[in-house]
Design a binder for this molecule. Structure first.
Ligand code: BYC
Length: 332
């Protein structure tokens, strides 16, 4: 693992940097950001930039891993072999995304064990969306369409994030996410076009439950987003929470029309003057409750992750023993 923060010699050297040197390093860092350049793991960076990235990337990684749980709930009950194979592949992809992201965060000097400890101890956040239950098969399609759709909207700008290892991970992740979104939309289209009335009602019910939580994925309104100004200044975030939310609503309202479902917002209406859809008020109290740990499934999700971690200990031990054997063989 490549680290900077855990390299004590490096830390000592960092302390020894004089104020003038630091100012010069900061000036060069700012200039590179202003030029739209990228920062690599070995480059000097201000401590706050490093911390902001670890916070965002580790939250993102945890979201991918916890995000496997609501869909995992339907693997044994997928309606056909084809849908089951697709769902399994998608869930595996999410696990892979988590790994790319943990690896990107590790380049900033935080170990994977530290990040996972923080998640299991309830100190780290993950996306609010994964604290809602998946009650029917239609929820799996709606997660693909709305949740992956929102994720893509938020994550495509991250492919241009100023921290290069994160940007590179995001390019690969976004390619896979677009398949995820399309498989969800396709599953829903089949139910809406060829399904029974009961199946169409099931899709509508799932859309009603997931719509508002999907809008909350983009984070609090810009006025309440404590990190946005600095993250935008540093080119970590390229588009604000509210602007991304609006882009998502504009794209999704049209897809809902093609699908034949109604989005559960009586205020949703095209505004010719703004060139955007107007929409109704979001329940931010609910958002903060869920983020604060009191959503419908927060406790269940965390308990499941901790159980999987504990029960997987023998797998980690076996993998490490195998790696040790391999390296001994190679050395011999
Ligand atoms: N849920 O100042 P703000 C996915 C927190 S998709 C929970 O605006 P920032 C997937 C925020 O962390 C989901 N917490 O923060 C999709 C901060 O708390 P702290 C994951 C949230 O960072 C399909 C506080 O509220 N995607 O993985 O500038 C299948 C103030 O917010 C949420 C990402 O993580 C939320 N929805 O902007 C499987 C994308 N929103 O840290 C998996 C990368 C805000 O001060 N992340 N908070 O304790 C981002 O783009 C940004 O971090 C956010 C928030 C837009 C989420």
């Amino acid at each position: 693992m490549y680290t900077q923060m855990m390299d004590t010699q490096g830390a000592e050297k960092a302390k020894a940097v004089t104020t003038l040197e630091e100012q010069e390093l900061m000036r060069r860092f700012d200039a590179r950001i202003d030029d739209g350049g990228f920062i690599e793991a070995k480059d000097w960076m201000p401590e706050h930039y490093r911390k902001t990235l670890v916070r965002q990337i580790s939250q993102h990684a945890h979201s991918e891993i916890v995000g496997m749980l609501p869909e995992g709930n339907w693997v044994t009950r997928a309606p056909t072999l084809k849908r089951k194979a697709i769902l399994l592949a998608k869930i595996q992809d999410e696990g892979g995304h988590g790994l790319y992201l943990y690896a990107a965060a590790e380049t900033l000097g935080t170990s994977r064990d530290q990040m996972i400890d923080a998640l299991h101890a309830g100190r780290a956040k993950y996306s609010s969306i994964f604290n809602y239950p998946t009650l029917s098969w239609a929820d799996v399609g709606v997660i693909g369409w709305l949740v992956d759709g929102a994720a893509i909207m938020n994550q495509v700008p991250l492919c241009r994030c100023s921290y290069a290892p994160y940007a590179r991970a995001m390019i690969r992740i976004c390619r896979e996410e677009s398949f995820h979104q399309r498989q969800g939309y396709d599953a829903l289209l089949v139910m809406m076009r060829d399904g029974t009335d009961a199946q169409r009602a099931m899709v509508q019910d799932a859309v009603n439950r997931w719509w508002w939580p999907s809008l909350m994925m983009f984070g609090p309104p810009d006025g309440e987003s404590v990190h946005s100004a600095q993250s935008m200044r540093w080119g970590i975030k390229r588009i604000s929470n509210d602007d991304l939310r609006q882009k998502f609503i504009d794209a999704t309202a049209q897809q809902a029309g093609v699908l034949g479902v109604t989005l559960p917002d009586p205020h949703l209406k095209w505004n010719e003057e703004r060139g955007h859809y107007d929409f109704g008020p979001i329940d931010w109290d609910e958002f903060w409750r869920v983020v604060g740990g009191d959503g419908p499934c927060n406790r269940e999700r965390l308990a499941e992750r901790v159980k999987a971690w504990e029960e997987g200990e023998w797998v980690r031990e076996a993998a490490l023993a195998h790696a040790r054997k391999q390296s001994m063989k190679e050395a011999a």
